[in-house]
Unconditional design. Structure first.
Lengths: 186, 253, 265
């Protein structure tokens, strides 16, 4: 990796962690904690995106103290790979392609995080998702269904918004800046 | 004396740019001089610094035309925003200044000695144990310059190093420059702050739209600037003001 | 307070790799344990680890660990105890699922042990000692840079996000309203934050390159080429600590081997 890749990964990690602050101020029911990873995937490539995702996971733990969520780092790797593939197929060129690609990302991410949540943590993980899980379970659904439906509901919304936001960012990139990222031209 | 850096009709185009940022610039930088590079925003002063010290196109990309000869063994660069230039690996000023020589893999004692000399030269030795993240902008920028000097470079490029500093901190930084040059490191200084820069510079280059329009002793070269011409026409006695704020102050009196 | 607390305990003096290996072993061990008794022993182990750090460490790691684990315990008892499978047992006035309680104990114990162990490691490992240990151990610059420098850019990024929030509100951006209106406000807030940061990238790369950061693989000049960075104050390692680290690895592997064997049998 070049120094430039390293600095961009650091930027991606910071975006992952700080966008959450803005989302909280807007009282939106999402995390958007992978916008930086997706951005790095589009600007640099898969290795850098995986690094950004994993470092974000570790840093999140260091800041919040919630180290038990480290196994979800696996989801970050999947997000990085999916986002790189989506970028290479041109998903970020228009909103019409970004939305379905984002929904797809949501499906894939939830398919990874739901089993981790179910098998390792019995469905009790980060705040919001667990509340949804508990409500669905209280309505009489089996635990597996409750965990899965909560994961899918949050991830579909979260990743679609993240993809649309990254599309907006890439389209707003000034040309002088955009030419510095060969990965964008592909 | 042989030149440290020689540019012969050098042009430079940034990636994705339509027109060159530098056009047919010829320049020689001698050891131990303070070379002032000035011009309006967008004149190409920052670019000239990066091209002369070898960082463009190697790090920033782009195309270089013409002949460039950099005899300096090591060049380094400092920008205006001190916080973008920290390594992020060090929790004390002492380690931050030592970062450069440590990166070269020099023996521990050599690294510590180089860092101590650089901190002394910039007057930041008393901050050695402090956390860089908790310093004021002025202190931090002097630490950043010390960190660059610890590499013992033949040339250091300072790109508007005091732009983010308060007046007292800016004065302190500029006052250290002649000493740095005297100890054997050529200083390339780009800034529009002529009032502070002219007294410490040994030579000045004025750029306009990427071309050199004047070069020589600071007093003589800067006398020809628009501000100086207006000041003379307005009847100001020498020394003439060098930039618009200074002119305004003089006229207001 | 989460983070490093200065001290002179055995954990503070230990090589950072040893402390992290202990926390890592608790993390990996936790998922190998499937019975309340096993997990209970692991929680005791994590508490013993925290106690090695001395009184100040124990206070700064045990309290946040309990605060973080508490809501998880509550949710676990609701989700598994109240809503768990039959048969039920009476706990005073409430009827709880017997199997659910066992599950909740295992899951809650895992989280408690992991959080306590890592908060202890965090409280007793000075960041610069870890950087020095990695440098002395010949870790690539990129790895050290990503672990250490990302933390230092966060405060500035947060500051900038707060400034943008303020500035856009001054220019009439409304943060309230319908969910869609709030979603639309995301663009004007996120754009300047990210574009501003991207515009500083070149400067940061140049600054690192100019100071010889990175080795050949990372594209830096490395000053003298591919020289290995000098560790200025490497933490002392010992044979005993190396033995401890290898033993932890063996223990973790044994725990998983045992878990998979008992799952089959």
């Amino acid at each position: 990796m070049t120094l430039r890749d390293l600095v961009l990964i650091r930027l991606g990690v910071a975006v992952n962690l700080v966008i959450g602050q803005i989302v909280a101020a807007l009282l939106l029911p999402v995390y958007l904690d992978s916008v930086g990873t997706i951005l790095v995937a589009a600007l640099v490539g898969p290795r850098a995106a995986i690094a950004a995702g994993l470092v974000s996971q570790v840093l999140n733990a260091v800041i919040s103290g919630n180290f038990s969520w480290l196994p979800f780092g696996l989801v970050q790797v999947v997000i990085a790979l999916y986002a790189t593939a989506a970028a290479r197929l041109g998903a970020f060129r228009s909103y019409a392609t970004a939305v379905p690609a984002g929904l797809g990302m949501g499906l894939v991410a939830a398919s990874c995080s739901a089993p981790i949540s179910y098998f390792l943590f019995g469905g009790v993980t980060a705040g919001g998702v667990t509340v949804v899980t508990t409500v669905v379970r209280a309505l009489g659904a089996p635990l597996g269904v409750a965990v899965a439906s909560a994961s899918y509901a949050t991830d579909l919304l979260d990743k679609t918004i993240a993809f649309v936001l990254v599309t907006l960012l890439l389209r707003s990139l000034p040309r002088t800046l955009a030419t510095r990222f060969p990965a964008l031209a592909r | 004396m042989s030149a440290l850096i020689t540019l012969d009709r050098v042009s430079f185009v940034y990636p994705g740019a339509d027109r060159p940022a530098l056009e047919e610039v010829s320049l020689r930088v001698a050891p131990a001089e303070v070379l002032l590079v000035t011009g309006e925003t967008g004149a190409g002063t920052s670019t000239l610094l990066l091209v002369a010290t070898g960082f463009a196109p190697r790090v920033v990309g782009g195309r270089l035309l013409g002949a460039r000869d950099i005899a300096a063994r090591r060049c380094t660069v400092v920008f205006s925003r001190p916080w973008t230039q920290l390594s992020g690996l060090c929790s004390t000023v002492r380690d931050e200044v030592a970062f450069g020589p440590a990166s070269r893999g020099l023996p521990r004692e050599t690294v510590r000695a180089a860092a101590a000399r650089a901190m002394d030269a910039l007057g930041v030795a008393h901050l050695a144990g402090r956390d860089p993240a908790r310093l004021s902008g002025g202190e931090l920028q002097r630490v950043v310059v010390a960190a660059a000097l610890a590499l013992e470079p033949d040339a250091i490029a300072l790109d508007d190093p005091a732009a983010e500093l308060d007046p007292a901190a800016a004065d302190a930084l500029y006052a250290a420059l002649p000493g740095i040059a005297a100890s054997g490191t050529a200083v390339l200084l780009a800034t529009p702050d002529l009032d502070r820069a002219a007294p410490v510079a040994s030579r000045a280059v004025v750029l306009e739209r990427g071309r050199v329009v004047a070069e020589g002793a600071p007093g003589r070269v800067l006398d020809g600037t628009t501000v100086a011409v207006i000041a003379r026409a307005a009847g100001c006695p020498p020394p003439l003001p060098l930039d618009v704020p200074a002119l305004a102050r003089r006229v207001a009196r | 307070m989460i983070g490093y607390v200065a001290g002179r305990s055995i954990l503070h003096r230990a090589h950072p790799y040893t402390t992290l290996a202990l926390a890592g072993a608790v993390l990996l061990g936790a998922f190998a344990m499937t019975r309340p008794l096993q997990v209970g022993l692991l929680v005791l182990g994590a508490a013993g680890f925290a106690a090695l750090g001395g009184g100040a460490t124990l206070r700064s790691s045990a309290k946040p660990a309990l605060l973080l684990a508490l809501p998880i315990w509550v949710l676990l008892f609701v989700l598994h105890g109240l809503l768990g499978p039959e048969p039920r047992v009476f706990f005073g006035p409430v009827r709880l699922s017997a199997a659910g309680i066992a599950t909740a104990l295992v899951l809650g114990g895992r989280v408690t042990a992991i959080v306590l162990a890592f908060l202890t490691a965090l409280a007793t490992t000075a960041p610069h000692r870890l950087v020095e240990a990695m440098t002395a151990g010949g870790q690539p610059f990129g790895r050290i840079f990503l672990l250490s420098s990302t933390l230092t850019v966060l405060p500035r990024m947060r500051e900038r996000a707060a400034l943008i929030l303020e500035a856009q509100q001054c220019r009439g951006l409304r943060l309230g309203g319908s969910p869609l209106a709030r979603l639309k406000a995301l663009g004007p807030l996120a754009l300047p934050l990210v574009l501003g940061a991207l515009a500083e990238v070149d400067e940061q790369v140049l600054a690192l390159d100019a100071r010889g950061a990175g080795d050949r693989r990372e594209g830096g000049e490395g000053g003298g080429g591919a020289a290995r960075r000098t560790a200025l104050d490497p933490p002392r390692d010992s044979t005993a600590q190396r033995v401890v680290r290898w033993a932890l690895l063996v223990l973790v592997l044994a725990a998983y081997a045992w878990k998979f064997r008992s799952m089959r049998g």
